[in-house]
Design a protein around this ligand. Structure first.
Ligand SMILES: [Zn+2]
Ligand SMILES: [Zn+2]
Length: 76
């Protein structure tokens, strides 16, 4: 069964690659731009068009110094 063991290796390599991607995706900090952080402190969302657009996609505005995805702090 050389064929199946080969496909197993491919699968193993693929999952290792995927795990590496997840790790790589985890590394960068999720950071909001200064203007957005300021607005959030006041209990508001940033009104900059660029930030609003980025927020729609679930991202922090990179134009304003943000990076990564918006992490919503769950308030109960
Ligand atoms: Zn902003
Ligand atoms: Zn912005």
């Amino acid at each position: 069964m050389k064929k199946s063991s080969k496909s197993f290796l491919v699968l193993a390599a693929a999952s290792l690659f995927a795990a590496g991607l997840i790790f790589a995706g985890d590394a960068p900090a999720n950071k909001a731009g200064g203007c957005c952080t300021k607005a959030a402190k006041n209990g508001q969302t940033c009104a900059h068009p660029c930030c609003v657009e980025a927020a729609k996609a679930g991202n922090n505005c990179t134009k304003c110094g943000g990076s990564g995805k918006i992490v919503k702090a769950d308030k109960k």
